[in-house]
Design a protein around this ligand. Structure first.
Ligand code: SAH
Length: 415
């Protein structure tokens, strides 16, 4: 039986808000989460877990079932509090009391939230502590309407396997009043915090993080491990938010690649190098390509940290890179591709066909764009051998899918 992961929330944060009143008078059946109506982040919060998976599997089948059998979901055993990247926006109520929470879906109205089913509990505790400290430190929260105030957001990243915790304070100025005492007071409550960073965002923008950063405690980043490899996570690094399922996703992707130690492997859209680095001990050579400069730097560093010698990471558009490789007559045995939500491009795919890999492992965070890309890939000499959905985001509609495509067309190299 599903157990409620937390009891009714402590509402010190919600007393003076309309949200609470609205929830109290509502006639619809009570949701498991008191914020769900306003927040909208977990659309399936009141759907039993197995049913969520059945609904999501049906969607994958509708979109890509014609290319092969959709296997059962790789599910999460304890599908809550999985988010190791937690964000809270800060503002204040009419009396000036600090409020922290999340944006109401599709708006900039802040819904006060203390605890979330999806978020790491420790991160939620730290956010509550910080909110409680603001008044005594006379720190004013930011007001989006008039641009006054210092304190905008808190972002927390937790290393699931290392236990390291990074707190990012997003402020409109790099100067935090009584900074040293603030750090001391926060660490007294949460000695498990390993680093604290100020990020400066003084723009009227919906982006959470600004460009400037100042580390005020610890190294300014954390490490976490996945599939036995160590990765550096900075405030802005792209890193999967559900570490338990990430381990399963990457292990499955590498298993499907069927590496023997000799192959030339491409890791396209490689981010901070995770998949390529995890695959590298099983491959001859790994080539990573990624557009984001910071991610490329992190990927190269991650390769060094793990003493991986057979990986090279290029900063480039994956499509352009593939064209260059194809034009130079290069070959690849295995291509991992993990494109953004919008999927890949025809330019990328056409050059990939020229490279003529034996196997393509496609990791997709959008079944819609996966369907578009599979339509092209399967018309160009590949068949979908395995289609496996992985539940990276329980209680939400999001679906991650890993697909193994193998070459069907005979080639001269095959003899
Ligand atoms: N494979 C990584 C990251 C996947 S997210 C992981 O599992 O962690 C998708 C990545 O594609 C992001 O890092 C993004 O910066 C990158 N990206 C987006 N468009 C790109 C393009 N045109 N060329 C190369 N990389 C791109």
């Amino acid at each position: 039986m599903y157990k409620k992961p937390f009891k009714s929330n402590n509402k010190d944060n919600t007393k003076n808000t309309k949200t609470t009143k609205a929830n109290n008078t509502t006639k619809t059946p009570k949701s498991r989460c008191p914020y769900s109506k306003k927040c909208g982040a977990c659309q399936m919060i009141d759907t039993p877990y197995k049913k969520q998976l059945a609904i999501k599997k049906k969607r994958v089948e509708e979109l890509v079932g014609k290319y092969g059998k959709v296997e059962d979901f790789i599910e999460m055993e304890k599908p809550w509090h999985y988010r190791c990247k937690v964000h809270a926006v800060f503002t204040h109520d009419r009396k000036g009391n600090p409020v922290s929470g999340i944006y109401k879906e599709g708006s900039h109205v802040v819904v006060p939230v203390d605890e979330c089913f999806l978020e790491n509990r420790k991160a939620d505790d730290i956010i509550k502590t910080i909110r409680g400290m603001l008044k005594s430190f006379k720190i004013k929260t930011y007001d989006e309407d008039n641009g006054y105030g210092l304190f905008r957001h808190v972002l927390i990243r937790v290393g699931h396997n290392t236990g390291e915790i990074m707190v990012v304070l997003v402020l409109t100025s790099p100067i935090l009043p009584s900074k040293n005492n603030f750090v001391k007071a926060l660490l007294k409550e949460h000695p498990e915090i390993t680093t604290i960073v100020i990020n400066v965002n003084d723009k009227h923008t919906s982006m959470i993080l600004g460009d400037k950063e100042k580390t005020i405690y610890g190294p300014g980043f954390i490490y976490d491990t996945v599939c036995g490899m160590k990765f550096k996570i900075s405030p802005k690094s792209f890193y999967q938010v559900n570490p338990v399922q990430t381990e399963k996703l990457y292990s499955k992707a590498v298993e499907l690649a069927g590496l023997t130690g000799k192959e030339t492997v491409l890791d396209c859209y490689c981010g901070v190098g995770t998949i390529g680095i995890i695959a590298s001990p099983h491959a001859g050579e790994v080539i990573g390509v990624e557009l984001n400069r910071d991610a490329v730097k992190d990927a190269r560093l991650n390769a060094r940290i793990n003493e991986i010698k057979n990986i090279t990471v290029y900063e480039n558009d994956a499509g352009k890179f593939m064209v260059q490789m194809a034009e130079s007559g290069d070959k690849a045995d295995v291509v991992f591709m993990d494109p953004p939500r919008s999927g890949s491009t025809e330019v990328f795919l056409n050059s990939m066909f020229t490279l003529n890999p034996d196997r393509i492992v496609y990791i997709s965070c959008s079944p819609d764009s996966l369907a578009n890309d599979l339509a092209i890939i399967t018309k160009n000499g590949y068949k979908a051998e395995r289609i496996i959905p992985v539940d990276m985001f329980p209680f939400t509609r999001s679906v991650e899918t890993v697909v193994l495509l193998t070459r069907t067309k005979g080639t001269t190299s095959e003899g």
